[in-house]
Design a protein around this ligand. Structure first.
Ligand SMILES: Nc1ncnc2c1ncn2[C@@H]1O[C@H](COP(=O)(O)OP(=O)(O)OP(=O)(O)O)[C@@H](O)[C@H]1O
Ligand SMILES: [Mg+2]
Length: 256
């Protein structure tokens, strides 16, 4: 990293002893562990316009949640905007993504137990009274469809405009809005001591349609009945229909 960035980071962390790129890298960012005098930090950097916007949103969310005891997320330490990239500094957490934990798990029983804990974790989150910082008057799905339109028109996603027209015309009937993660895949929940215990990658966290989280949560093991059953042993508040799953996973998610 260049000298000027290092100096800006050290204003936050104190002098840096070492940095390492993590084995598990994201799609939209570069993640590094920073060892400083008192503790470790996670440095998450993005360079492309769209992903810089997301990183900035993530920084806003983490900052607003800083010190809260209701939602488990990494602690916010700072956000640095440079000419060619942005950098978010948060606490380094010991653990791994659920995706990594499922790969590493030695048995089906262990995998089921991880997935059950994911269901339970998401259930508890969706059941919580929304925090004031997330309460908004807007219609979440309407906002997502507008963003989707922008990305589609600018060639920044897989989804196309004809799919988008279908999604606009054929919205699922509304349900109670809850706090949502907003990109709730197995990549974006963190396993500590054999259980899903934390959200990461929280740029999309807001109040919205919990069926979006639920659909993205199960997408990875949708065709494995045992795993889906394990998820719903933990997530008992609602079960998406096939149509709802398709709307969110094969529809809306194509644009993000
Ligand atoms: N606070 C943290 N502590 C430790 N490791 C972390 C932390 N945040 C992220 N990681 C690691 O970095 C990886 C990528 O993080 P993250 O999901 O935030 O990046 P991303 O680029 O936005 O991902 P994607 O775009 O693929 O969803 C995670 O899988 C995890 O292994
Ligand atoms: Mg991620």
């Amino acid at each position: 990293m260049n000298q000027s960035l290092q100096e800006k980071i050290e204003k936050i962390t104190g002098s840096i002893h070492k940095t390492n790129a993590l084995d598990e890298q994201g799609w939209t960012s570069e993640v590094r562990r920073i060892l400083a005098a008192d503790r470790s930090y996670l440095l998450k950097s993005s360079y492309k316009e769209k992903y810089r916007e997301w990183l900035k949103e993530e920084a806003k969310v983490l900052k607003k949640l800083s010190g809260n005891t209701v939602i488990a997320v990494p602690e916010y330490y700072g956000f640095i905007e440079e000419k060619d990239g942005d950098h978010l500094i948060m606490s380094f957490e010991d653990g791994m993504s659920l995706t990594a934990a499922l790969t590493k798990a030695a048995s089906v029983t262990e995998r089921k137990s991880l997935i059950r804990s994911f269901g339970r974790f998401l259930h508890e989150f969706h059941e919580k009274e929304p925090l004031d910082i997330f309460k908004s008057e807007g219609d979440w799905l309407q906002d997502q469809l507008l963003k989707a339109q922008y990305y589609a028109e600018n060639g920044q996603c897989d989804g196309n405009l004809s799919l988008l027209e279908n999604l606009k015309a054929d919205r699922p009937s509304p349900v109670n809005q809850t706090m949502i993660h907003g990109d709730c895949t197995a990549d974006n929940v963190f396993v500590v001591d054999g259980e899903v215990r934390m959200f990461i990658d929280v740029a999309g966290m807001t109040v919205g349609d919990p069926r979006y989280d639920e659909s993205l949560a199960i997408r990875k093991f949708m065709d494995n009945t045992e795993y889906v059953t394990a998820f719903y042993e933990g997530y008992t508040r609602y079960r998406v229909t096939k149509e709802e799953f398709q709307y969110f996973d094969e529809g809306l998610y194509e644009f993000f």
